[in-house]
Design a protein around this ligand. Structure first.
Ligand code: BTN
Length: 325
């Protein structure tokens, strides 16, 4: 019922009377009033004026299913989004659903995470309503070795979305951190469930620092947020819907998940990649190698050359980029 009332309020050009809502939806005026109050509790700002009725002033900034669904413009991703007040880790929650057969495109987003996970076994802190934190389920029909492009493609989609939506000059730190002025704005953690020759699912977890006004001293020189960069708070429902549209563009083709980083996508990825042309270091076994990052291939691998002219393909582990955190 709240969905229908929100629908009428958002379509109305100004006020809509309680009487009109009650007639259109076949419910009592009392029920209209009760449901309007429930919408207000979720963060919708609704003005009520005697003899005129109700007027929608603002949808909530914090995650709320009704508002997110209202903004969604995708064909499949996020169509059955689950929005939680709190989750230990949206990746873990979605992996549990994936093994029970949840469909491709399922999204779990949470207003806070209590045991958020980062890459390489690190933790990822998400205080309530300070970040946009969600996971997306993909089911590509491919072998594990054929899906390595999922990581750079995710970085590409998120980087494009942040640039277009906020006008922030962000870049990709290979393979998929999003950075602004050398500080981290977005972290991405892709996890996979697979048999030897077939992927069962990929869970893509994305954490975007949206509303933090400052960071603890220990990470203040390494992390930034949309608020710090723009001075504005984020409508997380609208931005989640925007992100899902960009992710759909990168991943889906004729309703199928196709993970390919070729042609224009690869070129754009390289243009936006802050790691290319920089001095990097990484470990090969126990040897620490210093090299220049020269190129990225269609598998999303980084090609680096050291001073002796040796070429390395870097495809996992931690790369340190000179000048970036
Ligand atoms: C990193 O840069 O280390 C990756 C951070 C990934 C964080 C996201 S937030 C949503 C999803 N759920 C998690 O527990 N982690 C990812």
């Amino acid at each position: 019922m709240q969905k229908n009332i929100y629908g009428l309020l958002s379509q109305a050009s100004g006020y809509i009377s309680g009487e009109e809502i009650s007639e259109k939806l076949g419910i009592s005026r009392q029920a209209v009033w009760k449901n309007i109050n429930k919408l207000k509790e979720q963060g919708f700002v609704i003005e009520s004026v005697t003899n005129r009725g109700y007027r929608l002033i603002k949808t909530p900034d914090n995650l709320c299913k009704l508002a997110m669904d209202g903004y969604l413009q995708t064909d499949s991703l996020g169509k059955n989004a689950i929005i939680l007040d709190s989750s230990p880790s949206t990746n873990d929650s979605l992996k549990a659903l994936a093994s029970q057969g949840a469909q491709e495109g399922t999204v779990i987003a949470a207003r806070e995470q209590t045991k958020g996970k980062g890459r390489l076994g690190r933790s990822w802190v998400c205080k309530k309503d300070e970040s946009l934190t969600f996971s997306l389920l993909l089911r590509p029909k491919a072998a594990p070795a054929q899906v390595s492009a999922v990581t750079p493609l995710t970085g590409l989609a998120v980087c494009r979305a942040v640039r277009d939506y906020y006008g922030i000059d962000c870049k990709i730190k290979w393979p998929n951190d999003i950075i602004v002025n050398n500080k981290k704005l977005v972290g991405i953690l892709a996890e996979m469930g697979a048999e030897f020759d077939a992927v069962e699912y990929i869970v893509l977890g994305i954490g975007i620092n949206t509303d933090q006004e400052e960071f603890p001293k220990e990470i203040a020189d390494k992390a930034t947020s949309i608020f710090i960069e723009t001075g504005k708070h984020t409508d997380k429902n609208r931005f989640l819907a925007v992100l899902l549209k960009y992710l759909e563009e990168e991943f889906m083709s004729n309703g199928e998940c196709r993970l390919s980083l070729e042609g224009d996508k690869l070129e754009l990825y390289k243009e936006l990649c802050a790691t290319l042309g920089r001095k990097i270091s990484f470990f090969r076994g126990s040897e620490k190698i210093s090299a220049f990052s020269r190129d990225i291939d269609s598998k999303g691998e980084l090609l680096a050359e050291d001073e002796k002219g040796r070429i390395f393909t870097v495809n996992s582990g931690e790369v340190t980029v000179q000048g970036i955190y």
